[in-house]
Design a protein around this ligand. Sequence first.
Ligand code: FES
Length: 270
Amino acid sequence: MYTIELATKLADRVYEYWIRAPQVAEHARAGQFVILRLHEKGERIPLTISAVRGDTVRVIFMTVGKTTEELATLGAGDSISDVVGPLGKPSEIENYGTCCVIGGGVGIASTPLIAKELKEAGNHVIGIIGARNADLLILEDEMEEICDEFYITTDDGSKGVHGFAADVLKKLLEERKIDRVWIIGPAIMMKVTSGATVPYGVKTYVSLNPIMVDGTGMCGSCRVTVAGETKFACVDGPEFDAHQVDFAELMQRQRIYTTQEKESLERFAE
Ligand code: FES
């Protein structure tokens, strides 16, 4: 069993859990994830490793369905049946020069570890985090502390730049050379934002979030198309070259079980 050491609500429907998982913590690198199963009959869900402290790992999640709603009922001292990881390939961290790390919505959860490792590798790190409004922003202080430059955007202008992360990125690209970009957020946000780097030929990574089951390359549920080839996000990714990703297919596959997910959530709520 894996104990939740600390549980905090960060924003509306967004929770931060520090889970004691020594073996995961020992090997975790930026860009990797864990798969949780709450109990023997539970569904398996992938969550990015957002930070590591001692023998605990941090995950941040939004309640979007039955399992995340159930997870949100737990608190400090409660246990989770299985925490498998670290899974997936780590981010390709090197000293590139100037790197931009962008998080949208709950995808911001992935940014501190990537920014931290890029910084430790000697990069000048620019952080951009964006959300619909100020209340939904998370990890502002943490990202501000890690990054050399830091920007906030909100769709409604309630904090930081009024607009999208893509707007700030476009401005930065016009002004200076950026060597690598990471974007983590909803599929549509990653698609739109990564479009900004195409004219500049800047290598851009996105962390894909298809439906996963086993997380070890066995079931095929996480298949995505990258550069015309089928890849399994759990073992070949989750990070891929944004300019090669078939986002339309990703978004279509994310919706496959919408009806069943809705029914399951309704049954849980009864
Ligand atoms: Fe099953 Fe990736 S989740 S192959």
